[in-house]
Design a protein around this ligand. Structure first.
Ligand code: NAD
Length: 262
């Protein structure tokens, strides 16, 4: 496998993209610790993988929970090579005019706590272990980290902020630790929104025809699924395949090229 003797922590690995990355990493020989807030999803992962995947229930918004996941990697698997910050919330493209001031205020705190603070606290917990192995971090961003229209102002700002996290930490943590990002486009997953905006009880896939929207608005005209985006994580996570790469974002969304008029 391309990730033989590699240990990874994957946040939000319970479903969607994180679950697809977990599956691909295991296939390539890695051992994985999944940090997720959903006990149900974690139980499913344990049943599916047995000993190669350990799970930690907690929130990326708490440093102690990120630190616990990294300790499990160290104690159960002997160290940490790749930290994948991936757990996120979406704002369901709520526009400024359609949002109440209260929704913007509390929604900002809840969404940024996961999408931005969660990445910073995860990095803080993982860095001491990654320095020992000359490992790397990979963060899930989005087309919304690079272009408008992939969410509302809260989500787009949070994913642009994620790019700042990646660039600053790539600078600070060099040369010991590489830090990169992957920007996927839309996919039907269990992606939720902030409770404070009443956006937590329906997943993106049920709320809008996300696949169709991506197909109709991207140059390539395809309907991607989570599995379409996982290879970039293998590439960036592998010390052998990308040892020269840091501070970069791989745009997998295809949204950089406009759709050609029919
Ligand atoms: P998902 O909801 O299926 O997966 C996210 C996981 O994170 C879930 O298992 C959830 O339980 C977990 N999670 C949420 N908040 C958490 C917290 N505070 N602590 C710990 N775990 C938490 O959604 P997904 O679409 O797979 O999202 C993964 C990443 O992909 C996110 O960063 C998202 O912004 C990004 N993304 C998604 C899309 C899309 O269209 N689905 C597009 C671009 C980028």
């Amino acid at each position: 496998g391309r990730l033989e003797s590699t240990v990874a922590v994957i946040t939000g690995g319970g479903s969607g993209l994180g679950a697809a990355i977990t599956s691909r990493f295991v296939e390539e020989g890695a051992r994985v610790v999944v940090l997720d807030r959903s006990a149900e999803k974690l139980a499913a992962a344990e049943n599916r993988y047995g000993g190669t995947v350990r799970t930690v229930r907690g929130s990326v918004t708490a440093f102690a929970d990120n630190a616990r996941a990294c300790s499990v990697a160290e104690n159960e698997f002997g160290g940490l090579d790749v930290f994948i910050g991936n757990a996120g919330l979406w704002d369901f493209s709520r526009t400024l005019f359609d949002s109440t001031p209260e929704h913007l205020d509390a929604g900002f705190d809840e969404l940024f706590a996961v999408n931005v603070k969660g990445y910073v606290l995860g990095a803080k917990a993982a860095a001491p272990l990654l320095r020992r192995t000359r490992g790397n971090m990979v963060f899930t961003l989005s087309n919304a980290a690079l272009y408008p229209g992939g969410g509302g102002v809260l989500y787009t700002a949070s994913k642009h902020a994620g790019l700042g996290v990646v660039r600053q930490l790539a600078y600070e943590l060099a040369p010991e630790i590489r830090v990169n990002a992957v920007a996927p486009g839309g996919m039907a997953t269990d992606l939720r929104g902030p409770e404070a905006m009443d956006l937590s009880d329906q997943p993106i896939g049920a709320a809008i025809p996300i696949g169709k929207i991506v197909r109709e608005n991207s140059a390539l005209g395809i309907e991607p699924c989570a599995e379409d985006y996982v290879e970039a994580y293998v590439l960036l996570g592998s010390g052998r395949e990308s040892r020269t790469v840091t501070g970069t974002v791989i745009d997998l969304s295809g949204f950089g090229i406009p759709r050609r008029p029919a």
